[in-house]
Design a protein around this ligand. Structure first.
Ligand code: BGC
Length: 759
C-alpha cells in the first residue's frame, strides 16, 4: 500500500501524463526541471562500496547522499543488491523535488553472481544463440539484484593479446564480433526494456580502445579511416542497429582527440549518421583525464569539450555537476546541448519503465529465487562447454578412459576456485567456481570409480596486497618446493593432467603483459613433469592467447579452457571424459612470439608477400629473420574428437550482377567414430579494389552437427552486401571484379573457388 501511494504521488509530482507519447512525456518533464536538476541527470557517481577505477573523487558518502536528495545525481554505479538499491532509489524518488528515478549501472560482463565464461571464451563457441541466452540469463540475475543497466557488451576489436582487455571482447574479427555484439545487446535488453528481467546494455568503448599502442592499457591510438570503418566501427554499428540503449566512450585518444571529446565519433557518426537515440556515458573519470592527456587545460575546459564532443553522462569526474551550470550561464555552452543529453537519459528511464514504478527491479523475493538458481547455473555450464577449444590431441590421448586410469592432476590452477571466475566477477562469491580437482574427484567417486586421482599443486599461488575490490594473486616465481612432489606423482601416473595459465586477474583492465608465456614457474614445472611422463594433457586457463610453442611441440594434448566461470570444472571434466565433444574455435590468432603483435588473419598482402614461412631466397620480402609470419594456431581453429572431411566448393554461378546473389555450397562428412559439431567458415577475398583489401575476411559461418559417417551440404548465400567495404572512395560500396571464396575448418583453409561481380 505504501508503495502504491509513493508511486501515485510520484506520478502526480512529475506530472507525467499517461496518454502522452514518449517524446511528450520527456518534454513535459524537461520543462519542469531547473538547469541544476538537468545537469544532475548527467552526473553519475560510484556507490559506497566497490570501485572499479582509481579511488573515486566524488567525495564522501555524506556529499553523495546530499546530492541525491537535491536531485543532482542521474545514476549510480556499483550499488547492488535489492536492499542497497532500494535505499538509494528511495532517496532519489521520495526526497528529491522531482523524484526522478536513478539508473543503477554495474559491469555485468559475463554474469552477475553466477559467472559464465569470459566473453572471449564465449565468442569461441561461435554459437550466437547460446551467447544471446547467456546475456539473457546474466540480465535476469543482475536485474534480480536491483540493477537496470550493464556496462556491456564490450565490442572493441583487438588484435594484440598483450592488451589484458581482450578477455572482455569477441576477438579479432569484425564480422563475427558484430554478430556477437547484436546477440549480447538483444540478450541483455530483450524485446521490452520494461520487463524486469531485462536491463539496459552499453556498447563500449567508443572507439578504438582495442588498438592501444603496444597493447598497453590506456595508451594512445592511431587508426586510419580505412581501418576505423572496416574493422573498428562495425560491431558498434551492429549494437546500435540492435537498439542498444547506451554507449560508453573510451580512455584513449584517437588520432589526437580523446574519444570523450570526439565530436566526429560521438556526434557525426553515432548520433547523426547512425541516428542513435540513446545516451553516451563517459568512461570512469575520462572527462577529467583529458587534462592529463594534455587536451583540456582545466576542469571547466574538460567539461566543455566533453559535452561538445557528445558525452551525455559524466562517470566519476564530478565535472558536469561542478562546471556545466557556469558554462551555460556564461554562454560558453548552449543549453541545447544540456537538453539534448537530458532528453536521452530520461528516454532510457522511461523505456525501462522506471517512471511507472521506480522500484520495479527491486524485489527481494525475486532476488532470493533467481540468483544462483538452477536455470542460471545450467546456462553457465552449457556455454562453458561450448567455449572450450581443443588445440591438440595426438594419438587420441583424449578423451580419458572412464576406468582403469591412474591420473595425476598437477598445477597451480587445478584446485583453484577463484581463477576460473575470471576478471570482472565483482559480485561473485570468492572461491565459488567448481575447480577441475573438484569436478574430477566427483567423477571418480560417482561415475569413473575405476580411475585413481592424485593432486599436486606444483607451484603455489601467492596472495598480494588487495587493490580495493578484489584480491591480487600471482603465481610463484621462485619457490620450487612443490615441483619435486609433483614430478614424483607424475612418474607414478599413467596420465598427467596439468592445469596451467593465468590467474583470473592476470588479464583484464590494467593487466597488459609484455610476455605471453606461463607466468611464474609454470613452464619449468611443465618441462620437469614431461621429463618423467610424456602422457600429458595440458589444460590452459587464460584470459587471452598465450604462447604455447613448447607445449605444442612436446605435449600430446592441449585444451584451451580460458576462464570459464562458476561451472568451469564441470565443463572441463565433461570435455576431458568425452561426455561433451569440443567444438569451440579460436577467435584470436595464437601467436608464436610477442614480436608478431599485432597478429590477425585478415591481414593485407603487402607488395612483397611471399609464401608464409617459406624461404624466398632473398631477404627482401615481408617477414622476420627469426620467426614465422604465421600464428601457432590460426583464427577459426579448433579440433573435435571426430574428424570432418570437406568436399570441393560448388557455386550456383561464377558471376553475379550487383542485384543478384549466388550460393556457395560444400558438403561436410563426419569421418570419425563419434558425433560432433563443426563450425563451417566462409571467407572472401576481394582481389583488386580502390583500397587494398585483406587477403581474406570471414563472411559467413554455420554450425553443423553430424553423426559418424553422416554428410550435410551447407549453402552460403553471397550477395552484394557481403562484398561491401569502406572503399578508397570514402564510402561503403561493393566494387566489381574478381573475388576468391574459401570455405573450411579455419581461416587457413585452402578449399577455394572464384567468382566475378559484374558492374
Ligand atoms: C572501465 C569500464 C567500466 C567502468 C565502470 C572503467 O574503468 O574501462 O569498462 O565499465 O570502469 O566500472
Amino acid at each position: 500500500m505504501k508503495k502504491l501511494i509513493v508511486i501515485i504521488s510520484f506520478i502526480l509530482l512529475t506530472k507525467v501524463c499517461y496518454g502522452q507519447n514518449l517524446d511528450q512525456k520527456i518534454e513535459d518533464l524537461l520543462s519542469q526541471m531547473s538547469l541544476t536538476e538537468k545537469i544532475g541527470q548527467m552526473n553519475q557517481y560510484n556507490g559506497f562500496w566497490n570501485f572499479t577505477g582509481p579511488q573515486p573523487i566524488s567525495g564522501d558518502s555524506k556529499k553523495k547522499y546530499d546530492q541525491l536528495r537535491k536531485g543532482l545525481v542521474g545514476s549510480m554505479l556499483n550499488v547492488r543488491g535489492t536492499e542497497n538499491v532500494k535505499e538509494v532509489q528511495r532517496i532519489a524518488v521520495e526526497e528529491s523535488r522531482l523524484g526522478i528515478p536513478l539508473l543503477f549501472g554495474f559491469d555485468v560482463i559475463h554474469g552477475y553472481k553466477t559467472q559464465s565464461p569470459i566473453p572471449l571464451a564465449e565468442s569461441a563457441s561461435w554459437d550466437i544463440d547460446a551467447i544471446k541466452r547467456s546475456a539473457r540469463l546474466a540480465a535476469k540475475e543482475a536485474s534480480a539484484a536491483g540493477l537496470n543497466w550493464t556496462f556491456a557488451p564490450m565490442v572493441d576489436i583487438s588484435r594484440d593479446s598483450r592488451w589484458g582487455r581482450v578477455m572482455e571482447g569477441a576477438g579479432e574479427d569484425p564480422f563475427l564480433a558484430s554478430m556477437i555484439a547484436s546477440a549480447r545487446v538483444r540478450g541483455f535488453q530483450g524485446s521490452d526494456l520494461s520487463d524486469p528481467n531485462t536491463i539496459l546494455a552499453c556498447a563500449k568503448h567508443f572507439a578504438g580502445y582495442g588498438y592501444v599502442e603496444a597493447g598497453r592499457d590506456y595508451n594512445t591510438t592511431e587508426i586510419s579511416i580505412n581501418t576505423l570503418h572496416n574493422v573498428v566501427l562495425p560491431p558498434f554499428k551492429a549494437a546500435a542497429n540492435s537498439g542498444v540503449g547506451t554507449f560508453m566512450n573510451s580512455f584513449n585518444d584517437l588520432n589526437g582527440i580523446p574519444s570523450t571529446a570526439d565530436k566526429f565519433l560521438q556526434r557525426d557518426i553515432l548520433k547523426e549518421l547512425w541516428k542513435f537515440k540513446g545516451f553516451v556515458v563517459s568512461d570512469w573519470g575520462s572527462i577529467r583525464e583529458m587534462i592529463d592527456h594534455g587536451f583540456a587545460s582545466n576542469r571547466s575546459e574538460a567539461g566543455r569539450l566533453a559535452i561538445l564532443g557528445g558525452s551525455d553522462m559524466d562517470m566519476e569526474s564530478s565535472i558536469y555537476i561542478e562546471k556545466l551550470e557556469e558554462l551555460v550561464n556564461s554562454g560558453k555552452i548552449s543549453i541545447d546541448y544540456v537538453d539534448d543529453s537530458v532528453r536521452r537519459i530520461l528516454r532510457a528511464k522511461f523505456l525501462l519503465g522506471l517512471f511507472d514504478d521506480p522500484y520495479r527491479y527491486i524485489d527481494s523475493d525475486r532476488e532470493e529465487k533467481i540468483i544462483g538458481s538452477k536455470e542460471i547455473l545450467e546456462g553457465a555450464l552449457d556455454i562453458a562447454k561450448k567455449s572450450i577449444v581443443l588445440l591438440k590431441n595426438e594419438n587420441n590421448l583424449l578423451p580419458l578412459k572412464k576406468k582403469g586410469q591412474k591420473i595425476a592432476l598437477i598445477g597451480p590452477l587445478a584446485a583453484d576456485k577463484n581463477s576460473p571466475l575470471g576478471n570482472w566477477s565483482i559480485a561473485a562469491d570468492k572461491d565459488s567456481a567448481i575447480s577441475v580437482l573438484e569436478a574430477l574427484s566427483l567423477g571418480v567417486m560417482r561415475r569413473h570409480k575405476g580411475n585413481d586421482l592424485i593432486y599436486k599443486q606444483g607451484v603455489r599461488l601467492i596472495n598480494k596486497v588487495p587493490d580495493g575490490f578484489h584480491e591480487e594473486v600471482s603465481i610463484n616465481e621462485n619457490d620450487r618446493t612443490g615441483i619435486e612432489e609433483a614430478v614424483i606423482a607424475a612418474k607414478e601416473a599413467e596420465i598427467v593432467i596439468m592445469v596451467l595459465g593465468e590467474y583470473g586477474y592476470q588479464s583484464g583492465e590494467g593487466r597488459s603483459r609484455a610476455n605471453l608465456d606461463f607466468p611464474g614457474l609454470q613452464q619449468e614445472l611443465l618441462e620437469r613433469v614431461r621429463e618423467v611422463n610424456k602422457n600429458i594433457i595440458l589444460v590452459v586457463m587464460s584470459g587471452r592467447p598465450l604462447i604455447l610453442n613448447w607445449a605444442d611441440e612436446n605435449i600430446p594434448a592441449i585444451v584451451q579452457a580460458w576462464h570459464l566461470g562458476t561451472q568451469s570444472g564441470y565443463a572441463i571434466s565433461e570435455v576431458l571424459y568425452g561426455d561433451y565433444n569440443p567444438s569451440g574455435k579460436l577467435t584470436m590468432s595464437f601467436p608464436r612470439s610477442v614480436g608478431q603483435m599485432p597478429l590477425y588473419y585478415a591481414r593485407k598482402s603487402t607488395g612483397r608477400p611471399g609464401a608464409d614461412g617459406e624461404d624466398q631466397g632473398s631477404v627482401f620480402w615481408s617477414h622476420y629473420q627469426d620467426e614465422k609470419n604465421t600464428p601457432l594456431y590460426p583464427f577459426g581453429y579448433g579440433l573435435s574428437y571426430t574428424k570432418f572431411r570437406y568436399s570441393k566448393i560448388t557455386l550456383t554461378d561464377s558471376k553475379m550482377s550487383p542485384d543478384e546473389s549466388i550460393n556457395a555450397e560444400i558438403t561436410i562428412t563426419n569421418t570419425g567414430k563419434v558425433k560432433g559439431k563443426e563450425v563451417v567458415q566462409m571467407y572472401i577475398h576481394d582481389r583488386y579494389a580502390s583500397a587494398t583489401r585483406p587477403i581474406r575476411e570471414l563472411k559467413g559461418f554455420q554450425i553443423v552437427e553430424l553423426e559418424p559417417r553422416e554428410s550435410k551440404t551447407v549453402a552460403f548465400k553471397i550477395d552484394r552486401s557481403l562484398l561491401e567495404f569502406y572503399s578508397g572512395n570514402n564510402r561503403w560500396e561493393a566494387e566489381s571484379g574478381d573475388f576468391d571464396i574459401y570455405i573450411g575448418t579455419n581461416s587457413d583453409t585452402k578449399i577455394k573457388a572464384g567468382f566475378v561481380l559484374n558492374d
